[in-house]
Write a new protein. Structure first.
Length: 318
């Protein structure tokens, strides 16, 4: 752990820019929430120093979850006044988020903001998440790269990722929209603000990329209040891969659907009957039979084993 915290952290208050503070004063809202910014990272040595410098200009309480990096990342982190949790080996994006949740709960923060370390997420946007949280009373403020107000970079998202995001987002809306009381536009964006009190109600177990599938089902089961916040659509490295078989879009989609349906079944007593009806009938979203999907997932796992990877430990790409 690195604990060379600046004096301004002593009162644990959020550092929010003048615009946000002025707006919130108008709303009569006291900005004294203790907020943690958590940044999962895996082999991000080329960008992590710049991202941390930009983040610390906006906020002081920062946690980095190093998911077993084998590059220079572990040697860069001691140069910054941030807390560090390090995995001895790569354990997956979902595990990193679960550790961030547990840290925020244990340290009694009021809000947790999660963001990536590869410049897909802009640290300067953090105050807007907190302002939206205060204005709306939401439990989760979820970033969206596909809202009308969202900005797009010159480099578009890979077509297969856009397609899978659109398919899964639509299926979540079809199945859970009425329970979530909102219509999502981006199911996979990792730029989020969480009310820590609400995180205590969740029991996430998924270690890898399919973490959002479980998260949305549990959020619906707990009737958490969700709002979306427009964020920039930024892709700087189109060459990044999922590895271990999940680079095949069909297999990746099948894996996501399997986790989604299994979690609906797991939460069946907390969800409306119409949400769980298809699961009880042994059918998956869009009439995909359970045996077919399980077969597809088995092939992904087999492919992963031949490369020395697993669904739990594949490096994160969103």
């Amino acid at each position: 752990m690195h604990r060379d915290w600046p004096t301004c952290v002593a009162n644990g208050q959020v550092a929010i820019d003048a615009i946000t503070q002025s707006r919130s004063v108008q709303l009569g809202i006291k900005l004294s929430m203790r907020t943690l910014v958590a940044i999962p990272t895996y082999n991000e040595a080329p960008t992590i120093a710049e991202v941390l410098r930009a983040t610390l200009q906006v906020h002081s309480d920062v946690l980095v979850v190093d998911d077993g990096s084998t590059d220079a990342t572990p040697h860069i982190l001691p140069d910054f006044p941030v807390e560090v949790l390090r995995h001895a080996r790569n354990r997956g994006y979902g595990t990193s988020l679960r550790d961030a949740f547990a840290f925020a709960i244990d340290r009694k923060f009021d809000w947790l903001v999660t963001m990536d370390c590869d410049w897909q997420h802009e640290p300067a946007a953090i105050p807007r998440f907190l302002e939206t949280a205060l204005e709306t009373g939401a439990d989760i403020v979820s970033g969206s790269r596909y809202m009308t107000e969202s900005r797009s970079s010159a480099m578009p998202a890979p077509i297969d990722r856009q397609r899978i995001n659109r398919i899964i987002t639509n299926e979540i809306n079809d199945r859970l929209g009425s329970t979530l009381a909102t219509t999502l536009t981006d199911a996979f964006c990792g730029f989020k603000a969480y009310r820590v009190r609400s995180l205590r109600q969740l029991r996430p177990t998924i270690p890898g990329y399919a973490f959002p599938m479980q998260f949305w089902v549990q959020a619906a089961a707990q009737r958490l209040r969700i709002v979306e916040q427009p964020v920039a659509l930024i892709y700087n490295d189109l060459a990044r891969t999922f590895g271990g078989g999940l680079d095949d879009p069909a297999k990746r989609l099948a894996h996501y659907r399997t986790v989604f349906e299994r979690e609906i079944y797991s939460q069946r007593e907390r969800l409306p009957m119409n949400v769980v009806a298809n699961v009880a009938g042994g059918m998956y979203v869009n009439s995909h039979p359970l045996p077919d999907l399980l077969s597809q997932v088995s092939s992904v796992q087999a492919a992963a084993s031949t490369t020395g990877a697993s669904l739990a430990t594949m490096p994160r790409v969103s």
